[in-house]
Design a protein around this ligand. Structure first.
Ligand code: KG4
Ligand code: ZN
Length: 371
């Protein structure tokens, strides 16, 4: 039994080392073949996350400590509480990510960290942790744009995906249509003029008493509702076919609810959820498709928290199939905030030569493509 146990442990460790690309040293291994292991850190909003990613495509660990339960009490993210919670959790999360990957800080080649956009106090915690590791262990530091991270989540499970492609990023803070020209080379071709898609989900969910975060709750409730029950608006912006506007839709839902209250009509929440979701999904899908057609790009991806939405995924899948486009989307765990996606983006930055100094700061309104 003793021998069996030892054999199992050895096999386990060997498998672990193999899966993380740490196979016993191969003397013939050239520098070109050397694996790049990135420790990635993400703390831009309400998830404290760390991951180890090898060669930008293989996730060895992906640890996420969510603060959702805490912020639920306030109906949304409270920035001050988020920062304090990140501070409490960051070391533990990093240690867990390394240990799950079977590595120590000495094994990693670089530290990648989200330095914007996001909540400044929250970002600072991740940036400070990354800088401390970079300084103490003399490892290169690579700052990553949060949205570039979301886009890069698509590389994790789609080995064949290479730029150029169109990616629609819809999250709690952003709604962009991005032309990914190359690794690390992005052009924003559409953006929201007001609310982000996820923000609209959260606000509408609150107005029908579903609580925070609203996206997954609306997604679930909508399955029991009729998406054609209420005709909510689909906003179009003149001369800006790829831009979005969700604030009118949010107001239309609020008006509908008020009118029902005034007329003493009982609200069918599932119908409201389904009809609201149908409006967001139609606009996101159609604008993405239009962009792909106009730019002559046949590969289309989605990313960000709203990309986890069942109806959005189905709608994109359907239209892409009809048009003969290749469609890519990450698993839900890589849609919402995580550090694996930051590790992927950091890898491509790293091999492109991006290095940040210890003066790296949190930039709450960081622009895509800004280095
Ligand atoms: O990407 P993310 O985790 O954080 C930001 O960068 O903002 O996105 C969070 C947003 C929230 O607004 C949440 O309600 C929304 O994504 N979300 C969803 C779903 N899951 C998360 N929206 C619609 N359907 C979902 N299943
Ligand atoms: Zn995000």
């Amino acid at each position: 039994m003793g021998v069996n146990f030892v054999t199992h442990v050895i096999i386990f460790i060997e498998n672990r080392l193999y899966s993380c690309g740490r196979k016993m040293e191969n003397k013939n291994q050239t520098t070109k073949e050397k694996e790049v292991k990135i420790l990635a850190i993400e703390s831009s909003c309400d998830e404290t996350a760390a991951a180890v990613v090898v060669n930008g495509r293989k996730v060895c660990s992906n640890v996420i400590s969510s603060q959702i339960e805490l912020h639920k009490l306030f109906g949304g993210v409270v920035p001050e509480i988020a920062s304090r919670k990140h501070l409490e959790k960051i070391n533990q999360v990093i240690e867990e990510a390394l240990s799950e990957a079977g590595m120590t800080l000495d094994d990693i080649d670089a530290v990648g960290v989200t330095y914007g956009p996001g909540l400044v106090g929250a970002l600072l915690v991740g940036v400070a942790a990354a800088k401390a590791i970079s300084f103490a262990k003399n490892k290169p530091l690579v700052g990553v744009h949060h949205i570039e991270g979301h886009i890069s989540a698509n590389y994790i499970e789609h080995e064949a995906l290479v730029p150029p492609f169109i990616c629609t990023v819809a999250s709690g803070g952003h709604s962009h249509i991005v032309l990914v020209e190359d690794y690390g080379k992005y052009k924003i071709i559409g953006r929201t003029r007001d609310d982000a898609a996820g923000e609209a989900f959260d606000k509408v969910a609150r107005s029908i008493g579903l609580g925070y975060p609203g996206g997954p709750k609306i997604d679930k409730l909508a399955k029991q509702g009729n998406s054609k029950a209420i005709m909510f608006p689909r906003a179009k912006i003149e001369d800006a076919p790829y831009d979005f506007s969700f604030s009118g839709l949010k107001s239309a839902v609020l008006n509908y609810l008020n009118q029902c209250e005034m007329k003493n009509i009982e609200v069918n929440k599932a119908d409201v959820a389904a009809s609201f979701q149908a409006s967001v999904v139609e606009v996101l899908t159609m604008h993405t498709l239009q962009a792909a057609q106009d730019f002559g790009i046949k590969k289309v991806a989605i990313a960000g928290g709203v990309a986890a939405n069942t109806s959005f995924r189905e709608s994109m899948e359907k239209v892409c199939k009809e048009k003969g486009f290749e469609f890519y989307y990450p698993s839900p765990i890589y849609c919402t905030d995580n550090a694996a996606m930051i590790g992927v983006a950091a890898y491509y930055e790293y091999i492109n030569g991006t290095r940040h100094g210890l003066d790296l700061n949190a930039v709450p309104n960081l622009k895509i493509g800004q280095r």
